[in-house]
Design a protein around this ligand. Structure first.
Ligand code: ZN
Ligand code: ZN
Length: 57
């Protein structure tokens, strides 16, 4: 059994998950839906994207 390889795979998975952080709206879009957050729904009604949840990079 190669425990070092197992730990390394776990670390890589964790780094990948944290570095690829999607916003709530991106997740909803990927699922083919609109974000259900009240702040995002309000922003969408104004033809914008919620800046609170989608901060400019
Ligand atoms: Zn959202
Ligand atoms: Zn929002």
């Amino acid at each position: 059994m190669n425990i070092t390889k197992l730990i390394l795979a776990g670390v890589i998975a964790l780094v990948t998950a944290t570095s690829y952080a999607e916003t709530c709206c991106e997740k909803a879009k990927a699922a083919g839906k609109d974000c259900a957050h009240p702040c995002c729904v309000k922003a969408k009604a104004d033809g914008k994207v919620c800046e609170k949840c989608n901060p400019k990079k």
